[in-house]
Design a protein around this ligand. Structure first.
Ligand code: F6R
Ligand code: MG
Ligand code: MG
Length: 366
């Protein structure tokens, strides 16, 4: 059967700063979705990562479906009402528009969806990252889909030997979706030339070249493009189908051992290493470090199995220790140079005003 996987996520308020949602708002979102899911959804799962709540659901309505998006918008609105009642910090933070207008994209919440013909066995991984932005997936997904150093299947399995097509979006262009399609392996240098710049070029989706089947989709929202000012980082979600003609789950996870530096961390204005964490992890050191979680499922006639927590394993404890060392190392240099994001990516306006004031105090001397 043809099934659609949709994940819609938002920060609608959290306890003690931007740390974690309260149990009450997660329950409210879950109960709302449960109530509205009749005749709309086949199945759903509610999770949270840092201060973001995600609704993962399965249905037969295709991507960008108005009813699915409205259900999620209403669930986040209901959760926001509870967040306000509880006095949570940043209640309704990601709901940037007053009224729903047909598609949740461009309204604040992040969305990643794909529709496909279900395979007899259909495993996939749902990733959610907090305190970072959509470009955080560029490097791990590039490596998992193009590099035999991480993906042994590119050498060993004939099903992947034709490679993959990358759809990459220029998130700096706001009028429309500006997208380029490039093929690996022939065009990996071009793909790398774009993906090097995580803040500008972001993987939007990946397809198998042999079958045309979609492997991956990433949410690509830029919140400050919508709001015109800082409203929080664009904490991204992604869905990746695994096994068979796609990377094995372990091949997909392998590049996350790098704990590469991504934009985000404190005030969405720093570089920090991406730490693979257990599901429902909270946020701590310097409002970070940036975290990514992964829940693996199988979907069968649209029904989800229970999930497996992909980073809940002793191997990843060791990686988390190494990533902590990287986080401590870069934090030692505070605001200096590479520790803080370039001017164009700083998410707070205060520094602009400060520099304008200082500009007037400069004197030209011989
Ligand atoms: C980053 C983030 C936090 C906040 C910081 C300040 O995405 O959510 O680092 O930026 O806690 O928060 P405000 O400005 O709300 O006091
Ligand atoms: Mg927040
Ligand atoms: Mg967040």
């Amino acid at each position: 059967m043809k099934v659609t996987l949709s994940v819609l996520k938002a920060d609608i308020g959290s306890i003690g700063g931007h740390i974690t949602p309260s149990k009450a708002i997660v329950d409210e979102v879950r109960n709302f979705v449960k109530e509205k899911s009749k005749n709309l959804l086949i199945d759903f799962y509610i999770g949270y990562t840092g201060d973001d709540i995600a609704i993962l659901c399965t249905h037969e309505r295709g991507v960008s479906d108005e009813k699915i998006h409205k259900m999620a918008w209403d669930a986040f609105t209901a959760g926001t009402a509870v967040a306000k009642k509880q006095g949570l910090y940043g209640a309704g933070q990601d709901l940037l528009k007053d009224a729903f207008s047909g598609n949740i994209k461009g309204m604040g919440p992040a969305v990643a969806e794909m529709e496909f013909e279900e395979r007899p066995n259909e495993p996939f991984v749902f990733f959610a990252a907090d305190k970072t932005d959509p470009g955080a997936y560029n490097l791990p997904f590039y490596l998992a889909f193009t590099d035999p150093m991480y993906n042994a299947g590119l050498i060993l399995s004939p099903k992947m030997s034709d490679g993959f097509t990358f759809r990459i979006i220029d998130v700096g262009y706001t009028e429309k979706d500006k997208i380029i399609e490039l093929n690996a392996p022939e065009e990996v240098y071009d793909i790398a030339a774009l993906l090097r710049d995580n803040e500008r070029y972001v993987i939007e989706s990946i397809h198998s070249r042999a079958s045309g089947n979609q492997a991956a989709v990433v949410s690509t929202t830029r919140l400050h493009n919508i709001a015109g000012k800082y409203t929080g980082k664009d904490d991204p979600v992604a869905l990746v189908r695994v096994q068979g003609e796609f990377p094995a789950t372990g091949e997909l996870l392998a590049p996350f051992q790098i704990g590469h530096f991504v934009a985000g961390f404190m005030r969405g204005s720093h570089n920090g290493p991406l730490m693979p964490c257990k599901l429902n992890s909270t946020i701590s050191f310097f409002d970070g470090p940036p975290v990514v979680t992964g829940a693996a499922f199988c979907v069968n006639n649209g029904k989800l199995t229970e999930h497996a927590d992909v980073f809940d394993h002793p191997y990843w404890d060791h990686i988390r220790d190494q990533v902590s060392e990287k986080a401590t190392a870069i934090r030692r240099q505070g605001f200096s140079g590479a520790a803080m994001l370039p001017y164009s990516e700083l998410e707070y306006g205060g520094i602009v005003e400060k520099l304008e004031k200082l500009e007037k105090k400069f004197k030209l001397v011989d």
